[in-house]
Design a protein around this ligand. Structure first.
Ligand code: 6A9
Length: 771
């Protein structure tokens, strides 16, 4: 066939979903098949909200505002710039209930939901919001709570308005939910016994989409309303007035109803969702019934948490247990359900293209900063969630594998809908169909298999996808020699970076060969492929499929001699990448000619200068996480001298050891804490990351139990490292209110974004010593 045809056909393949039958069975997320999971807090990017696991689910959510003179401080989506001193789920079982605490400058909000099954559409739920002043108290004497319901292009909502300003309830219908009603109860004192004076406003509007809800509400507020509780002075407040509509002729796909209640602190408000198909209710789920149901759900959760993780019987203090429950709940309660398409750049066309639509049910790294799916993060997430609810993890894996294209590729970052897109700068939006990411889903799958939690039917459906995924890495990320591998997609513009990044590896700016080239061999990817091969062999064997090829590959990649040949750098005394490399690089301000008179002065950039030409060699000056990979993924034999050497170097304080965990890059590396460009602070060049520390703790645990010359040393390091990591993440949480993306290797302080209860939540497994 002519060349154009080939590229047209392959371009199509990159944009077609994998042809094998889906891993998810048709309708498996529907309310009929999975009623308990239908409604959930699947909107991790808002402080409090719910939706269903359906394609165009209506959403419900909360916004709030302390009524301050002349100032609109509306809270809705999780934003670090809101500077809340703390927020997150304290308890969440992923199915029935959740309890969240939010501290917002002197205001303490407790946001709770509890579900009750009944009917054919996922049952009923009730929200309870309790607000009170905290500490020195809020500057505002009264607050507004905004409860909203919005459609996403499907279904209708009918308001029922009392006394022209109070949205008392609404009736709705959507395809998957059938008929339902939502009732907004009047505010009461915290114990629910006494009604409180309140002012009401409501809004009915149309919005371009769910990503515009905050804007529509903000634009509808005017300060012309008065709050006048009996016997107290009148106060002005911002209330919902009229929305004058979106500019232009855009399609308005969302119907929005907002109930605003303005009330003094402390107070409690409940919202009751009732499914039209649920009959014979024992009574409306509100007040005392909510208190009781929440109480019994919380007790059941705490009991099960103890059964699974055993922290009380292992002697942890009540505060430590509280912390562990909160961190775990935040990962589970932070799960999202998304439906939409990625934007994908293939090598076959000039512009990014639209990838096929699909659903994704996934945990997220961070509710504020990265509230969406990330491929290699997810493998780590499921190590924790799989202990709690293996069926949930299987469901998540099936969703991820169903997003695979016909070439066997899964997009790394899943930015699937408009809400997700509002959080991402354009440069990060497009996914490249040649770009990989560590195949950590194999880690999760291996654990689920060990737990006996993967049904044969699912495994069989996953198998062709696993095969394709595995071959994708094997074919597209191969290195220059057999059994070597190379990450594609390194930064090309070498002059602009101290060291061109390797985003695909997940370790972003971790130093690699200074001059990217096809001669590179990446140690971490090789080790991931060893793991992948071993898991493929295991899966094939279980299914009675031919496993020899996978076994042979797994053995070859774990073979000590071959590993030495490709990655042991005798002169450096460690394992390393290989490539076209020089250490003699630096960033310097470029020298520009002065501008002619009258013209603005030029702004010189920081540019890389290379003082000594690169040559093919092992990558020196880069000891750190990558060098540890043969240990991290447990490829070394317990009697390997390399194991002894890595243990020694790991424990060395001038290299990786700190009182807070292992730093990502040796303190003696020339790249240690170096910026990559003017605007890129060091990321994987010193700070402590919890996912890799988890792998290290887990590997030390492994080697501490195997007979061999380094057994005692590994066992000792295991104890120390585990205490350091867990102790620091716990202390930082107590001090700062959050779990963080990374930790400073000099002070232990949380760094990067927060809350980050993606893989940092693996501290729970380290506390439980479950690996
Ligand atoms: C930036 C900016 C509001 C970077 O945890 C997710 C990933 C990891 O997979 C990766 O290993 N993080 C780590 O190096 C965060 C990546 C965020 C990229 C998008 C958008 C949004 O600003």
């Amino acid at each position: 066939p002519p060349g154009w045809w080939l590229s047209w056909a392959s371009g199509r393949r990159a944009l077609l979903l994998h042809p094998a039958p889906r891993a998810l069975e048709p309708g498996s997320s529907s309310p009929a098949a999975a009623p308990l999971r239908f409604w959930g807090s699947y909107r991790p990017h808002v402080y409090f909200g719910m939706k269903t696991r359906s394609r165009r689910s209506p959403v419900a959510g909360l916004m709030w505002m302390q009524q301050l003179e002349g100032e609109i401080r509306l809270r809705h989506t999780c934003e670090q710039s809101d500077k809340l001193s703390r927020y997150g789920w304290l308890l969440h079982d992923g199915l029935n209930f959740g309890v969240q605490e939010i501290l917002d400058s002197g205001l303490r909000l407790q946001t709770e939901f509890v579900k009750r099954q009944g009917g054919n559409h996922g049952g009923d739920w009730t929200w309870r919001i309790t607000a009170r002043p905290e500490g020195t108290g809020s500057q505002a004497a009264f607050i507004s709570l905004f409860f909203y319901v919005a459609t996403d292009g499907e279904g209708v909502l009918e308001p029922l308005v009392e006394k022209s300003t109070r949205l008392a309830s609404l009736m709705g219908t959507t395809e998957e939910l059938g008929h339902f009603t939502i009732t907004f109860q009047k505010p009461t004192t915290e114990n629910g016994r006494t009604a409180l004076h309140a002012s009401y406003n409501y809004l009915q509007a149309k919005a371009e989409g769910l990503h515009h809800l905050s804007d529509v509400v903000k634009a509808s507020l005017t300060p012309r309303f008065t709050y006048a509780p009996p016997g107290l002075p009148k106060r002005r407040y911002f209330g919902l007035d009229a929305y004058r509509g979106a500019p232009g002729e855009r399609e308005l796909r969302s119907q929005l109803l907002v109930h605003q209640v303005t009330v003094a602190l402390p107070c409690r408000v409940e919202v009751v969702f009732e499914s039209g198909s649920a009959m014979d209710r024992p009574g409306r789920l509100m007040g005392e019934a909510v208190t009781q149901l929440l109480g019994s759900r919380a007790a059941a959760f705490e009991q099960r948490f103890e059964e699974v993780f055993g922290l009380a019987r292992k002697g942890y203090s009540p505060q430590e247990q509280h912390f562990a429950r909160a961190v775990f709940s935040n990962m589970l309660g932070g799960m999202g359900y998304y439906y939409g398409h990625s934007l994908v750049q293939t090598p076959y066309s000039e512009l990014p293209q639209i990838y096929p639509e699909g659903p994704l049910f996934t945990a997220v790294p961070s509710r504020s900063f990265f509230p969406r799916g990330f491929l290699w993060d997810e493998g780590f997430h499921q190590l924790l969630l799989g202990r709690w609810d293996p069926a949930l993890s299987c469901d998540v894996l099936a969703h991820w594998f169903d997003l695979m294209n016909a070439e066997g590729w899964i997009p790394r970052e899943q930015i699937l809908d408009e809400e997700a897109r509002t959080k991402v700068p354009w440069e990060f939006m497009v996914q490249h169909s040649g770009a990989g990411n560590p195949p950590t889903l194999f880690l999760a799958l291996r654990q689920l298999l060990a737990q006996g939690a993967v049904e044969m039917g699912l495994l069989r459906r996953l198998y062709p996808r696993l095969q394709s995924w595995y071959s994708w890495y094997n074919q597209t990320q191969v290195g220059p020699l057999p059994y070597t591998f190379r990450w594609r997609g390194r930064d090309q513009d070498t002059q602009l970076f101290l060291n061109p990044k390797t985003l695909t590896s997940g370790l972003d700016d971790y130093p690699r060969a200074s001059h990217p080239s096809p001669d590179e061999r990446h140690l971490d990817l090789r080790c991931w492929m060893a793991l992948a091969s071993a898991v493929m062999a295991e899966v094939a064997a279980r299914l009675g499929e031919p496993a020899d090829e996978y076994r042979r590959m797994a053995d070859a990649l774990a073979d000590g001699r071959l590993l030495d040949e490709h990655h042991w750098a005798e002169a450096l005394g460690t394992f390393a990448d290989y490539g076209n490399h020089t250490r003699a690089v630096a960033l310097e301000r470029e020298k520009l000619r002065p501008a002619p008179p009258g013209q603005p002065p030029p702004s010189p950039r920081l540019m890389r200068v290379v003082r000594k030409p690169p040559k093919l060699q092992f990558v020196g000056g880069a000891f750190g996480y990558v060098s540890l990979f043969p240990l991290l993924l447990q490829l070394l034999r317990p009697d390997s001298q390399r194991l002894g050497s890595l243990l020694r170097d790991m424990r060395d304080e001038s290299r990786l050891w700190t009182p807070f965990g292992l730093r990502s890059l040796s303190r003696s590396s020339p790249f240690y804490l170096k910026r990559n460009t003017e605007h890129d602070p060091p990321y994987w060049r010193g700070p402590i990351w919890i996912n890799i520390n988890f792998l290290a703790v887990r590997a030390l645990h492994h080697y501490g139990r195997l007979e061999g010359p380094f057994r005692q040393q590994a066992a000792d390091l295991y104890r120390e490292l585990r205490e350091n990591v867990v102790g620091n993440v716990f202390r930082q949480y107590q001090e700062s209110g959050y779990v963080w993306e990374q930790y400073d290797d000099r002070t232990g302080q949380g760094r990067g974004c927060h809350p980050f209860t993606g893989w940092s939540a693996l501290v729970v497994l380290m506390m439980a010593e479950e690996y």
